[in-house]
Design a protein around this ligand. Structure first.
Ligand code: FES
Length: 85
């Protein structure tokens, strides 16, 4: 990986959300730093950054759109910010 992991801005994993089927009652740990190799989930890589992952508790079973660009103001879900990148 050539990215500097000490950056203060999140790395853009991809410029669109990840559509994921979630299950009611389950928890999902969303990657906030953008460096995880297991997007959109945390793989521990943030430990080299100033970011912390965010736990999403699914309130119902269905599709959610986890932010892939890591610029959303509605973490961990996509808020359309990727359209401005
Ligand atoms: S993917 Fe980040 S706001 Fe949509």
């Amino acid at each position: 990986m050539s990215d500097d992991l000490n950056e203060s801005e999140a790395h853009i994993a991809q410029k669109e959300p990840y559509a994921v089927e979630v299950e009611e009652g389950r928890r999902y740990v969303w990657c906030a730093c953008g460096h995880s190799q297991n997007q959109p989930y945390c793989d521990g890589t943030h430990r080299s950054t100033s970011f912390l992952p965010l736990v999403y508790a699914a309130e119902k079973t269905g599709t959610v759109y986890f932010c892939g660009c890591k610029q959303t103001k509605n973490s961990p879900l996509c808020d359309g910010s990727h359209n401005d990148l």
